[in-house]
Structure formats: C-alpha cells, structure tokens
Ligand binder design. Sequence first.
Ligand code: ADP
Length: 449
Amino acid sequence: MTLRPRSVRARLTLWHAAVLALIVCAFSTTIFLLVRARLLEQLDARLDRDVATIERTYGEDPGEVSEADSRAGIQLFEVLEADRVLYRTEAWARKGLHSALDGRPGTAVLSWSSRDGEPLRVHSVSFPTHRISVAADESELRRTVATLALVLALGIPCAIALAIGGGFLLAGRVLAPVGAMAERARRITAESLGERLPVEDAGDEFGRLATIFNQTLGRLQDSFERLRRFTADASHELRTPLTAMRSVGEVALHDSLDRAGYRDVIGSMLEEVQRLTGLVENLLTLTRAESGRLQPSRSVVDLGALAARAVEHLRVLAEEKEQKLEVERNGLVEAQCDPALLRQGVVNLLDNAIKYTPARGEIRVSVRTLPSGEAAIEVKDSGPGIAEVHHRRIFDRFYRLDGARSRSSGGMGLGLAITRWTVEANGGRVEVESEEGRGSLFRVVLPAG
Ligand code: ADP
C-alpha cells in the first residue's frame, strides 16, 4: 500500500504544506534561540556592570562594600576574601546562593534555582585578593522566553493549517484548466475530431500542452479526412468497372449471342478486369507508401539511361498514336536514388504525356543538370496543357481535370500521386509548368549524385 495521494491537487497541497512547515519550524527555532540569547546577554551585561560597581567600591574601601547594596541597589551579592565572607547581602544568604558556587572556584557564569524554585543568574569573578559574586532574578526572562515559545508553538500549527487551506485552493485554481481539458478530451471521438481543447493562456505550461494536443488533433483530423476521402474515392473508382462488367454480363445473358458476340463480351469484361487490376495495384502502392514499409534503396543512377529505358518501355503506346517520342541526354547526369522507384514515377509521367497528347503529337524527354546543380528529368508534351488553378491539386489522389475523358483513357487520378511519392521518397520534388492549350512540362528534380 502506498501513502501517495492519487490526486495531483492533494499532492501539491501536501508538498506545499510540508515545505512551509519546515520553513516555519526552522524560522521559529532560530527566532526563539536568538531572542533567548539576546535576553541572557542583556542580563549578563547588567550583572557585569554590578560586579564592576562592587569592585570599584571595594577598591575605594573594602569596608564600604555593603554600600553597593544601599547606594547602587544591588541586592544579591557577596564578597569573599580568601574564602572568608567579607560581605554578603541578607537576600543572598536567604536564598542560599552561596551553595550555587560550591565546587566552582574562580570566575563562573551560571543559571541556578533557589530553594523556593526561583531562577537566578549568577556571575562570580575572582580577583587576586577577593572574589565578587552577584546574582539577578531570571524569572522575568524565562517568562518572556516561555511566552515566545508558546506563541511560536501555537503559530506553527496555524501556519500549517493556513498553508494546507491556501495550497488546496491555489492548487485547485491552477489545476482547473486540466480538469476542463480532460472533460473536453473525454468527449472527443473519431466523429468529433473537429473539437479542440480549451486554451486559457497559450503562453503557460497548460496552454502549451493544450495547443500541442490541439495541433495533434488537427493532424489526426486531416488524416481521418484524407482516409475517408480516399476510401470514398476508391470505392467510387471500383464501382465503375464493376458496374460496366455487370451490365455487359446482364446484356449477354439476356440476348442469345453467337460465338463472336460472347468473345466480345468476355473481351470487354477482361478490359474492365485489367482496369480493376491496375487500380488495385496503384492503391496497394500508395498504401504501402503511406505505411512507410517501402524503403528506397539508393544508389548512384545514370538518369539518362533510366529515362531511355522508360521511353522504350512505352514507345509502343506512342507509336499506336503516331506520336513523336524523343529522349535528349545532355552528358552524364547522375543522382542518388532508388532506380526501380524512380522509374515507376517517370513511367507514370510518360504514360500521362502519351495518354493526353493527341495523335501525331510530340513528346520530348530531356535529362540535364540544372544551374542549381540538381539533376532533372523533364517530360514535355504538346498536349492540351493544364490550367494553373489545377497545378497544385493534380498530384492529389483521384484528382482529375476532366473525369470522363481521363477515365475513358484509363486514368484514375492516381498516377501523379504515385509519381510525387516516388520522387519525394528519393529526396526530390516534382514541378509542373503548363498552360491550357500549350502543352505540359513535368520536371523531376533530384539532388545530384
Ligand atoms: P490519371 O490516372 O487520371 O492520368 P494522374 O494523377 O496521372 O491521373 O493525373 C491527374 C490529372 O492531371 C489527369 O486526370 C489529367 O487531367 C491531368 N494530367 C496529367 N498529366 C497530364 C498531361 N501530360 N497533359 C495534360 N493533362 C495531364
């Protein structure tokens, strides 16, 4: 079992009270000891003065020492000459003070209690021929010290009680925002990610915590939003070929077709299956990219050779459309990258260029080193171009300028998203320069190898 209270408020209060109690105790003890020492000092100084007065009187005439009693008002003293009493006041004898100095030869300072319990302070000073002893009532001093001790003893518990009460209130006030934050955080679910924690003062510790938590919530909300959109878009994309296949199948079932007719039906169904396969493959690539499981393995790559291979891979598509497809290499351009990943990105750019450029159009791939020293692969086409408003968004998943047309040409709006990821995973970036009706230029920029 642990004695540690579970509430922070209680812990803060206890710590606060304990530290304050310690300080008050140390402070009180110091005050008590200082006052007591100071009072004793004053009493001792008075007794020293009395000894000096008696000594002066003794020096003038030893027979006159009794006058110190009547003249100076010193009521408790005795003067011994070689252990013989020269003079002793009546009060001294009455209180039995001579026994206080028994066994204390020479000079002595002590506190002593008389037979009737009266506390006395005694000073005894030895001179070559005689010894003077004086005493004074110490009860006043003791009363003052006792009163002080009482005040302090009563004050300490009061101070601790106040510390506990004040600390509890203070801790409650200070921790109030935490309670409000916890209450609000408890209500936030996946459906209400738009809610935020209250921030009373963004500058203090709790404010900073709430702000950071709110920023995390913002990022979570974004991810959820993107995931939702992604799922909705993906379902939508999957539905289109499935619907096409179903209607083709239904028509084929309904009508009795000859052999060639069925071949047509199966052919168009396979086309849709191919579309679906492509879509699923792209989705898988993006999902793996997102999960961070695809780690690029970088090496120094000849970008010219990589671009040439990608062009050869797609040349047949360009030939089908009688497009002119050229590669321009300006010396050896190398970059540190994952060749397989980068090739996929470049193939997507080329695929788009061929897809969106009309028949007999022109596509030019150029590999060069930029003035900044970076390596670049540019894919330029003479196609329809892309208006500036779309430049930023074409890299988003499922974003298409002209849905129907791009879908009819096999586009699903994932190609550029994949290109951007493959290039960024290699430490580079993709730029687009294009105007509507004036062709497009996509530039993959990579740090030089
Ligand atoms: P898709 O699979 O539809 O081609 P992308 O992500 O590759 O998707 O491209 C997004 C959109 O950008 C396309 O729908 C298309 O409208 C536009 N686009 C991409 N490349 C080109 C290009 N070279 N010329 C004109 N439009 C392009």
